[in-house]
Design a protein around this ligand. Structure first.
Ligand SMILES: [Zn+2]
Ligand SMILES: [Zn+2]
Length: 358
């Protein structure tokens, strides 16, 4: 009897986790009532769209299997990262948005009203917080160690969206709540921005198998489409450290980090260091070990501390290889090749013209 009770409890936990994975809880709660007016609310729409994206991930796995392109390393480490984070969340306290909202409420200097322009303002300000934090996560080595888990995948699919280091959401939510609050955004507006951001950012990881083009037509000019976010995940020199926003492109345009997908430049996803995808520790936190190795070999306390705050690729020995320099070198080389090609074409046309006149 004891064993049966235990098995029953285990099955309940597994069932709960499946519901959790598919993010079905809010939808099931809403479906319980006979009133369907919730479908017209943002909360209701979010409850409906979240499970859709989870089922899209299952669809991606099925498509990969049917087309015989399924690779463990494209789905399993990302799923393990999700499971690991779920397990750890039970033990490690992560500040929820509600907690931070309560904490920062007295700091708001003015209040933006809940109007159409208030929503636009909230989306702009929230995205500013996203851009700043994301940029810092690529430029400060210790923050990069936290963020790199999201970049170790050598593919793109919906599973990559939730493949993060456990502590990342804790500090991201802190600043993504603080910055908009200091700029007058109220909790209802912030929740709208959070819902839009959460749904769109997950969708922007959709695989090339499911959505080969990913540009979404004219939307590619204003939104962080799957094509634009694929650029952010690529390690090609041209694409390094570009497209830091989640939903719209305004701040990348303002700060000069906007890059479109170029037809001749095939995406190579992942980080510049080779990652052993069969080793979950390397996939999940390999960058921490790389940082530890650099700190250990650095002479003096100043150099050791600099490794924590300087950008990835910085070296105390003077042989730094920063992402910005790699991209600049690539663009310079490409520029001079294009100039030479234009010169050759120009001389060719001139010769043909002279020959025709003669
Ligand atoms: Zn990133
Ligand atoms: Zn991503």
């Amino acid at each position: 009897m004891g064993i049966l009770k235990y098995l029953h409890r285990c099955m309940e936990i597994v069932f709960d986790e499946i519901i959790q994975f598919f993010q079905l809880k809010p939808l099931l709660r809403k479906l319980d009532s006979d009133d369907y007016s919730w479908l017209m609310t943002l909360d209701g729409l979010t409850a409906l769209l979240r499970p859709t994206l989870s089922f899209l991930l299952v669809f991606e796995v099925v498509v990969a299997l049917v087309r015989k392109r399924y690779r463990h390393k494209h789905f399993v480490p990302q799923f393990l990262a999700y499971l690991f984070n779920r397990l750890m969340v039970s033990f490690v306290f992560i500040g929820s948005t509600a907690f931070w909202l309560g904490m920062f409420e007295p700091l708001r200097p003015f209040e933006v009203p809940f109007t159409w322009w208030g929503v636009v303002y909230a989306l702009l300000v929230y995205e500013l917080a996203v851009w700043v934090l994301h940029w810092a996560s690529h430029k400060v080595r210790i923050l990069w160690c936290v963020h790199a888990t999201h970049h170790t995948s050598e593919t793109m699919n919906i599973g990559v969206a939730t493949s993060n280091f456990i502590l990342e959401m804790a500090y991201l939510l802190l600043f993504r709540t603080l910055i908009p609050t200091l700029l007058g955004v109220t909790p209802p507006l912030l929740l709208v921005a959070l819902a839009v951001d959460g749904l769109w950012v997950r969708f922007s990881h959709v695989s090339e198998e499911t959505l080969p083009n990913g540009r979404l037509g004219i939307l590619n000019q204003v939104l962080m489409t799957p094509s634009r976010h694929r650029v952010h995940h690529a390690r090609n020199p041209l694409y390094l450290d570009q497209n830091f926003s989640n939903t719209h492109l305004f701040w990348d345009w303002v700060f000069g980090t906007l890059q479109r997908e170029e037809r001749g430049e095939k995406m190579e996803y992942g980080i510049t260091r080779p990652v052993n995808h069969a080793n979950f520790i390397d996939f999940y936190m390999g960058e921490w070990f790389a940082l530890w190795r650099d700190v250990r070999k650095a002479p003096g306390l100043k150099n050791k501390l600099l490794y924590l705050v300087m950008p990835p690729g910085w070296s105390h020995a003077g042989d730094s290889k920063l992402a910005g320099d790699v991209r600049k070198d690539y663009l310079n080389r490409r520029g001079s090749v294009e100039k030479k090609a234009a010169l050759v074409v120009g001389v060719g046309l001139l010769t043909l013209n002279t020959a025709a006149q003669a």
